[in-house]
Every structure is written in C-alpha cells, then in structure tokens.
Write a new protein. Structure first.
Length: 256
C-alpha cells in the first residue's frame, strides 16, 4: 500500500516538475473560502481543480466545474502543498493543442466523452471540445445520444478539418457498406427489425448485417419498436450509406 502511494506521489511530482499530462475523474466539488474547486481523483488521491483552470470552450456555462462532474479529464499538476495538490485542465489542453498541429486531416484519433445530452455528445480530443449531433456520429438513426454514449468512454473519430478543428465519429466507423456495398438491390425484399419510429418515418435494421432502411409512416398500421417486418428496397445511396423502402408485411410484434 505504501509503495503504491509513493508511486502515485512520484507521478504527481513528475507532472509538477515536467508538465506531464495525467488523467483523472472529476468526482466532486469542494468549497475553500469563497472559491469552489473541482475534486479530481487520481489513483485514489484527491487533487483540486480551480474553477479558472477548467477552461471549458463554452464560456456561457457559469458552473464549469459542475458541468464536467463525472467526466474523465486530463490535467497537469501546478502546485503541491502540504495538504493540497492543485491541477489545471487548461495547461493540459494547451499542450494537447500543440500536439494537434502535427496531426493530419483524415487521421483517426482517440477522443473522450465529457458530456452527453439527448441531442448532443461532447467529445474532447487534443485539447479541443466538439459538440456532435446524430449526423456526426452514425449513419443510423439515434433517438437519444444518452443511449449510445457514456461519460468517460473512449471513441475514435476522423479529423475532417484542421482549421477550424472538426471531427466526425461517423467517418471513423467501419460499416457493412465497406465490406459489401452491392449486397442489396432495388426491388428486393428483406427481413428486418423496427428500431425507431419518428417523424421522418420508420427505421428498420436488416437482420442480415444491420444496415438500416428508412420507411414512410404507415398510419394506423405502423409497427411498434421491436417488430419484425419485411421491407421492399426502393432506393439506395451507397455514398451516403443510406437505403429507403416500404414495409410490405409485419411478421411479428413484441409482446407487451
């Protein structure tokens, strides 16, 4: 136990001396005097993140510490005192941005989810924060981003622009379209499962390989999520990785 604590202390001291970047989880908030700090847990050791060192890109967020609670963040140790260790996310971001200068457009990079809302996922990569919508993360329909992403998880993304920095999780995906782009033909019928019913229509994942087909609403006969249906392929766009069709038969519906 003592050896482990000594090693953690050594790594924290190294970060302070050489500005090496460490990773920890923002687990709480602690008030000291009139200032509220973020509590960053690093291998069991509590560190304090001053609010001015959070450095969220969205400056309109008043409680920047609170906005990142639960997130895994990168930081650099800026001060070591007898009772407290102070860290900075801002300094870590600056260093990562310098590294980003050597990353080429088209590269696949690793990012980390720092926030999720129903319509957006917030990803940090190389010191930048990206707010991505459903069209940026998948070729399929996503009803709620919280069903797809969890705070702290690592994701791969493709750099689609350096100036300004832009990434796409969707462009980094490996999909059945790359493996077999000509598998389906217009006029053919296939079995699939209804995965979403929205204003745009009914989204059906084909059972063979999971490719999705968008079908128009069916009025009173609209199948519920989980229904197994037969889809007639009406149109295919290989470049956009999209298919459209009609539901011609409902094979079964889930029991309620």
């Amino acid at each position: 136990m003592k050896a482990q604590k000594d090693e953690v202390r050594r790594l924290l001291q190294k970060s302070y001396n050489y500005k090496t970047i460490l990773t920890g989880q923002l687990t709480g908030k602690k008030k000291i005097g009139d200032k509220t700090y973020g509590v960053v847990l690093y291998q069991g050791t509590r560190c304090l993140l001053p609010p001015e060192e959070v450095d969220l890109t969205t400056e309109s967020i008043k409680d920047q510490v609170g906005a990142l609670l639960g997130a895994t963040i990168e930081f650099v140790v800026t001060d070591i005192q007898k009772d407290n260790i102070f860290v900075s996310r801002r300094v870590a971001k600056q260093q990562r941005r310098k590294e980003f200068e050597n990353v080429k457009e088209g590269s696949i990079i690793n990012g980390r989810v720092i926030g999720v809302s129903p319509k957006n996922v917030y990803i940090e990569a190389y010191g930048y924060e990206f707010a991505l919508t459903a069209k940026d993360v998948d070729y399929k329909w996503i009803h709620d981003m919280r069903d797809r992403f969890k705070i702290g998880e690592s994701v791969k993304a493709k750099v689609i622009s350096k100036n300004p920095p832009q990434i796409s999780v969707k462009e980094a995906l490996t999909t059945p379209w790359e493996k077999d782009p000509d598998r389906y033909k217009v006029g053919e019928q296939y079995v699939g499962k209804v995965v979403a019913v929205a204003n745009l229509g009914i989204f059906v994942d084909l059972l063979e390989d999971g490719r999705q087909v968008l079908c128009p609403p069916m009025g009173l006969k609209t199948p519920v999520i989980g229904s197994v249906v037969v889809v007639l392929i009406k149109d295919i766009n290989k470049e956009q990785k999209k298919m459209w069709g009609d539901i011609v038969r409902i094979i079964s519906e889930p029991r309620i």
